[in-house]
Design a protein around this ligand. Sequence first.
Ligand code: MEV
Length: 437
Amino acid sequence: MSKKIEGFSKLSKAEKINWVTQIHFEDASEAKKIISSYNHNNEEKQKLHDEFIENSITNYYIPLGVAPNFVINGKEYTLPMATEESSVVAAACNAAKFWASRGGFKTKILGTQKIGQVHFLFEGKTKQLQTFFEQKKPMLIDSISSLTANMEKRGGGIVDIRLKDKSDLIEDYYQLHLTFETVDSMGANFINSCLEKIAKTLQSLAVDHEVFLKERFSIEVIMSILSNYVPQCLVEAEVRCPVRSLGGQTGMSGMQFAQKFILAIEISQKEPYRAVTHNKGIMNGIDAVVIATGNDFRAVEAGVHAFAARNGIYSSLSNAFLEGDDFVFKLKLPLSLGTVGGLTQLHPMVKWSLELLGNPNAKNLMEIVAVAGLAQNFAAVRSLITSGIQKGHMKMHLLNILNQHQASANQKEKALEYFKTQTITYSAVNDFLKSNP
Ligand code: MEV
C-alpha cells in the first residue's frame, strides 16, 4: 500500500490517527491504543495542545523535574527542568546545594539587543544606495510605527538600522541590519513583522527614486528574517569560593581540585572535540529550563553554538581560574528568551513553571537559565575529574534499564539496593534479574 497521501491536514484527528496507524504499523489497534493513552482526558486541554501545531495526533511526554536550593543573586529558587536525560536534574540539585553553601550564583546581564536583517540585491553603485538609504531612513522607520508603537510603550523598539555592503560575499548583495529591543518578549514575531514591512517600503521607495529610475536600478528583496545569532543579548553567571573550601569532598585538596578543574576547562577551550561535549553538558541545564518555560530551544541552541565559535575555533562557553585565594567559575552565553508572548500564557505547564520561578521578566529568566547551565557544567566537570561520569550516570539510568527489562516492583527494590555497591552495566543488571526472578 502507498504511504503517500494528499490532503492529510484536512482530515479529522480521528481520520489522521486511523490513516497513520493503519498504513505504518503492523498492529494498528495497538498503535492506536498508545496514541490514545497519551491523549489528555480533558478535551479542552487536549484541544489547546492540538492547536499549537499542525497534524497533532496526541502528546509526547517529557518529564518535568524540579531542582531546589538554587541561590541566585541572594534569592532562593526552585528550577523547573523538562528533560528526558536521567542524570540532569540530579546533577543540577547537587550543584545547587554545593554552591548554596558557598555564596550562591551571581549573574550579570551584558546586553539584550536582538538582530534582524533584510537581505537584498542592488545592481547600482554602492554610493548611490548609501545616499538613497540615508535619505529614506526616516521613512523606513516611520513605515513600521504602527508595529512598534506598543513595543515602544513597553520600553523597546528599533534601536538602530544600518545599510551593510556585503557585495564582497555575493555580487550586488546588501543588507539592512536592524537592532531591536523586545523587552520581555523573545520578539521573533515582532521583529519579523517589522522586517517584512520595512522590506516592502524599501522596495517601493526604490521604485520611485529618481536616480534609480533614470538608471533602471531596482532593489530585489531576497528575504527578511531575524537572526538567531544574538551576541549582544548576553548574560554571565558566576560562582566563586575560597580554594580551600573545595577540599575534602573528593579525596583531593581544594587546590588539587581547583587545578584539575581549571585544566579540564582549558582543554575544552582549546580542543573542539572536547569543547562540543563540554558545551553539550551546559545545554543539558539550559535546554531543560528553556523548554519548561516555553522558550525556543532551537533558537537558543543555534545562537549559543555560533557564539562558542565566534573566535574561529569552537570553544568552551565557560571559564575557570584562580583569583587571589578564590576559585572562580564563569559562563557567558547569548540567550534570547521571553516571558510574555509565544506559549507563555497558553501552555498550562509553562505558566506553572514561570510562577514557580516567581514570574521573572526576560532578564531574570536569562539569569536563571545561565545559572542552570553553569550548575550543570560544574556537576559534569566535577564528576569527570573525580569519580568519572558513568558512576552517577548509570545510577540514574538504572531505573531505565530495569524498566526496559520489565522488572517487577520487588525486583526493582532489590536491584536498587544491590547496585548501591556494584558497578551498573546492562549485562550486570540482566544477570541480576535472571538470578532474582
Ligand atoms: C552528558 O549528557 C553530558 C556530559 O558529557 C558533559 C561533559 O562531558 O562535560 C557529561
